[in-house]
Design a protein around this ligand. Structure first.
Ligand code: FES
Length: 155
């Protein structure tokens, strides 16, 4: 039967052995803590931080069709919400997260939403026009309050 280790702090050998043993134990605890933090940070890298809710966006500045704004107050998937006025009573709210490999797309230019990472082109409804992206941009639900000139976006 193995005897438990007993340390004596009164002798130099006991102190040295005690410090060696506690140093190993503290190093193990520190490494475990660091590993936990590394694993936690990897989780946020590998998957977007998707939340669900609603946000109200003022669209009074969008006075003609095709105009857009980028609202970065809420980032449901890690990217801002892109709001495009289709016409006076229809607004589209899109995720700016490219469905190819997750880059953030550029705001529209010339009626095209472009992803600079690999060249996917989307139309103003988020549909793929060309490029490697396999599916449209996420299209959030929109409810218009015409009197208040706001939209409520459900994400
Ligand atoms: S990530 Fe957008 S085209 Fe590849």
């Amino acid at each position: 039967m193995k005897e438990p280790k007993v340390f004596s702090l009164t002798t130099p050998v006991g102190r040295r052995e005690f410090l060696k043993q506690t140093g190993v134990a503290l190093s193990a605890v520190t490494l475990a803590g660091m590993l936990g933090e590394i694993l936690a940070s990897c989780a946020s890298i590998t998957g977007p931080n998707v939340t669900h809710g609603t946000t109200t966006i003022n669209v009074a500045s969008l006075t003609s069709d095709g105009q857009f704004l980028v609202d970065s107050n809420v980032n449901p998937d890690g990217t801002p919400i892109l709001v495009i006025r289709q016409n006076a009573s229809t607004y589209t709210a899109l995720s700016m997260l490219c469905t190819h490999q997750g880059c953030q797309v550029n705001p529209p230019s010339g009626g095209i939403i472009y992803c600079a990472c690999h060249g996917t082109r989307f139309d103003l409804h988020g549909n793929v026009l060309s490029g490697p992206a396999p599916s449209p941009l996420t299209n959030y639900g929109v409810t218009l309050n015409a009197a208040a000139k706001t939209i409520t976006v459900t994400y």
